[in-house]
Write a protein that binds this ligand. Structure first.
Ligand SMILES: *[C@@H]1O[C@H](CO)[C@@H](O)[C@H](O)[C@H]1NC(C)=O
Ligand SMILES: *[C@@H]1O[C@H](CO)[C@@H](O)[C@H](O)[C@H]1NC(C)=O
Ligand SMILES: *[C@@H]1O[C@H](CO)[C@@H](O)[C@H](O)[C@H]1NC(C)=O
Length: 349
């Protein structure tokens, strides 16, 4: 279940429970799912998302940018599926094609409705108002484990008025959506300067005590070159600014990062650097993010950008052991490829 672009999506999550603090993560498998700049219609793959499905598959998504590496421009949404815990992946299918839009689609978030088994993908079009006026938030839904997808539905007009983190909430399995909590930028809806308060791409995590923790990109490095963390005690209706925390351990170059709670352990991935997008690192916390275990797992020391964490939960023996990290990886630029690693959490057992 993964983050991104300025919203939080809330659906029920299974609760987990504290289990084991002998975590010793190690990468046991790595694959490149997409490589940019190859023959065909795609110039650059970026913005990876990863999710489990209720039937135990993994779905990997990315923006397939047709003409250039830029955030604007026309794109496909690329999908690969794995039904064997990440060992092999299907060929790419392009599940959405925005044609030749000047300001085409941008991936937002993927979420799983565990009550009824559907997978929902949220994205935007015309996010940057580049040669277009109205932004739309779109969703597509799969009821069959990611094989087929609904036609795009508009689930909101406008994206974000003036920067910040905004929740959209659904209490009816994605039929209808409304706005929930917001954490607005300062100065709001005005051009930003360095060191302004500019909460950007975020990752919500439902903790096992019911709190929703939101780990946020601190886009202009307000107060620190590190992550901001907000918390909702009312199911995403509010994100009190009084409770906002700057997590100095989570140094960050202003990027979309990922978090995941599994069996009471909170995991976090980002390019762990204050200056640049390098050093893709996995951290873990045994106390819901109050502090982080000193040991870390460096997944890739070179250029690395956006990342997303997921884990399966069908088979307790097998799936309790592993988490998966999808991330932008390169040798010279972080957007050269999209890699997926499988991490064994108990590598010494
Ligand atoms: C889940 O709920 C949504 C919204 O009510 C509905 O469209 C969808 O068909 C449901 N999924 C399944 C697998 O029944
Ligand atoms: C990457 O990590 C290494 C140590 O593991 C550190 O020496 C280096 O400064 C980091 N790079 C950046 C740009 O932060
Ligand atoms: C669960 O995983 C274990 C370890 O790989 C395997 O031996 C077992 O058969 C699996 N059980 C089921 C029900 O798939």
């Amino acid at each position: 279940m993964c983050r991104s672009l300025f919203w939080i999506f809330l659906l029920s999550l299974l609760c987990s429970f504290a289990r084991n603090n002998k975590i010793r993560p190690a990468v046991v498998d790595e694959q490149l799912l997409w490589v940019s700049g190859q023959a065909g219609e795609v110039n650059t793959y970026r913005i990876p998302l990863l999710t489990f499905t209720p039937r135990g598959s993994l779905l990997a998504f990315a923006e397939a940018r047709k003409m250039s590496f830029k955030d604007t421009g026309a794109k496909f949404i690329a999908l690969k599926r794995s039904t064997d815990r990440g060992a092999t992946w299907s060929p790419t299918s392009f599940i959405v094609d925005d044609g030749s839009m000047a300001d085409g689609l941008n991936l937002g978030s993927v979420l799983v409705d565990e009550e009824n088994g559907s997978v929902i993908l949220i994205y935007t079009v015309c996010f940057h108002h580049y040669h277009c006026k109205r932004s739309n938030t779109m969703m597509i839904e799969s009821l069959d484990d990611g094989y087929t997808w609904s036609a795009p539905l508009v689930c909101g007009h406008g994206t974000v008025a003036g920067d910040g983190v905004f929740c959209i909430l659904s209490d009816d399995h994605g039929e209808t959506w409304r706005y929930g909590a917001e954490l607005k930028s300062i100065p709001y809806d005005q051009p930003k300067k360095d060191l302004d308060f500019d909460p950007d791409e975020c990752q919500p995590v439902e903790l096992n005590d019911g709190r929703i923790m939101v780990n946020i990109r601190n886009n202009k490095n307000y107060h620190c070159h590190c992550r901001m963390v907000a918390c909702s005690l009312d199911g995403g209706e509010s994100l009190p600014v009084e409770k906002l925390v700057f997590d100095h351990t989570l140094e960050d170059p202003a990027v979309a990062a990922s978090a995941l709670e599994k069996d009471g352990v909170l995991f976090f991935s980002n390019p762990a650097s204050q200056q640049s997008r390098v050093n893709l690192t996995l951290r873990w916390s045994l106390n819901h993010g109050k502090s982080w275990v000193k040991n870390t797992l460096k997944i890739w020391p070179g250029p690395s950008g956006y990342s997303c964490l997921a884990s399966l939960k069908m088979n307790k023996t097998e799936d309790n052991r592993y988490i998966y990290v999808i991330f932008e990886k390169g040798n010279r630029e972080y957007y050269e490829s999209i890699a997926l690693v499988k991490v064994d959490l108990y590598s010494d057992q």
